[in-house]
Design a protein around this ligand. Structure first.
Ligand code: IMP
Ligand code: MG
Length: 171
């Protein structure tokens, strides 16, 4: 459990994140957006994405129970920290590091929609398409990846590797 192979370099990630930022800038031209990051994995993606968006942009964070130290999701999602503000009437973009089974985002979508935002979009840096158990409509995707466990650029295994600049496959 310590072999790391680079899947996306920091340069590749930066280029893609800038493109997503430009797309959001066009999609919400003249409006304000609120980025809601899912702690802790999405923190680095959110901080780069926020700087690639040329609009009035604010951010907030939400936290849900994670895999613990396991590599696979137990299927249970629990809210550990809610957003700090009202989402009513706002353009909310939920920012996630990786979309896997879809259980986390389907749970979060329900919670956030209940707060009556003007719009709710989802941005995920990675999408592990073959692992999906629940259908999810994502609006902005960085990269589609196969069923491999990845770390770096915010993503962890047992809290390790979040600070790697590249996204790596851990085996
Ligand atoms: P889902 O509910 O199965 O879609 O799980 C999504 C969450 O699981 C993500 O927010 C990640 O925190 C975590 N996760 C899924 N796959 C990986 C991975 O390959 N590396 C690190 N975390 C992962
Ligand atoms: Mg996550």
């Amino acid at each position: 459990m310590s072999d790391l192979k680079v899947l996306f370099t920091h340069e590749q990630i930066s280029r893609r994140v800038r493109q997503i930022g430009q797309k959001i800038t066009l999609d919400f031209a003249g409006e304000q957006v609120l980025l809601v990051g899912v702690l802790k994995g999405a923190a680095i993606f959110l901080s780069d994405l926020a700087r690639a968006i040329e609009l009035d942009t604010t951010f907030d964070f939400i936290s849900v129970s994670s895999y613990g130290n396991e590599k696979h999701n137990s299927g249970e999602v629990k809210l550990l920290k809610d957003v700090d503000q009202s989402l009513e009437g706002k353009n909310v973009i939920l920012v996630e590091d990786i979309l896997d089974t879809g259980l986390t985002l389907s749970y979060l979508t329900k919670i956030l929609l209940a707060k009556r935002p003007k719009t709710l979009r989802i941005a995920t840096l990675l999408d592990k398409v073959p692992r999906r158990l629940t259908p999810i409509n994502v609006d902005y995707v960085g990269f589609e990846i196969p069923d491999e466990f990845v770390v770096g650029y915010g993503m962890d295994y047992a809290e390790q590797y979040r600070n790697l600049p590249d996204i790596c496959v851990l085996s």
